[in-house]
Design a protein around this ligand. Sequence first.
Ligand code: ZN
Length: 406
Amino acid sequence: MERRLIEEAFPIAEVSKESRREKNIRQGHISTLHIWWARRPLAASRTTAFAALVPAPKDQKEREKLLERVKNIAPWEFVSQNNEANRKVLEELRELIRNAHGGRPPKVLDPFAGGGAIPLEALRLGCETYALDYSPVAVLILKCVLEYPQRYGKELLEAVRKWGQWVLEEARKELAQFYPPDKDGAIPVGYIWARTIPCQNPACGAEIPLMRQTWLAKKANRRIALRMIPRKPSFPSPSVPSPLWGEGQAEGSPFLLPRGEGQVEGPPFPVPRGEGQGESPFPSPHWGEVKGEGPSDFPSPHRGEGLGEGAKPWVDFEIVEGKAIDFDPEEGTVSRARVRCPVCGATIDDDTTRKLFQEGKAGQRMVAVVLHYPSRAGKFYRLATAQDMEVFRAAERALEEKRQKL
Ligand SMILES: [Zn+2]
């Protein structure tokens, strides 16, 4: 068999450059159809397929010319711009391939076709193409890339648009209630949580949020971080039993959450279904809304306060931007598997931390909410509030109901 071009020479540098560039292309690229983990760049697939299908010219000049063609078809624009010049080049390539195979399109088989880059480019080069994969996900992707668009054309485009819209609307109907906009129109798009463990210093006992660092945004022009503010109980009022704070506040309760929780064991967020319904569970400002006030400014936003003997220190957060960041957000509470209490400075080693998790003494705490304004670019942040937790619980309940139904 005569040697193919790829066996003699290949413009690796140029093709690599175009392959890298392709990674940033979002419009019209098959990578936007579905994630595939080992997707080959189309540039590399197209050029290697071509160079493997045409013979290597003996003549040096002819070979240089052919290599030049390979370089020219590597850029994304060669396939994204469906103009006459590109169509003409493509037809010439197909002819070169046919001429090398007795005037007929060769058969190309990709037995591990995955995301479909190689068979798609073989199809483009006019080959009789076969694609296989063991994974049913890959097979579905391959059908959507190689078969359906060619078979159904515009009809498919319209159907995808229509049903995509339908899914979006149905999802919105069901899920919008769990993303209620703020008064200023901001829509929550993410929640930042921290795992917590109780400080092991018996004189402290604060719930320590486990955070390696506290950056929310860390760009040259936009720096936002969470400041941790240690708080200590200063309102010992043992004679006022609070039904809201008192409930479930067992020793070692892993949750530094406002009001009534204090579920001690079980999953990290063991909120009983239906809890908090029908009553007003937020009797006071809570940690999410405390902004830099001293601990003695008002009584008891926190579960630790107002409990008399059970009162424990806790950690508040504040969102700080730009020059106001006068601390190092790289310094969180966890470093090399050691946890440091931001209130008392005691440390907890990794074995103890693991044990606390195993014993169900770890908890979690919603710290901040990521917001999007429909009219503004970028993300914004605010501290989580009791209302956010309320919404979270409602979503948990709805999910549970859904699970039951399914
Ligand atoms: Zn402590």
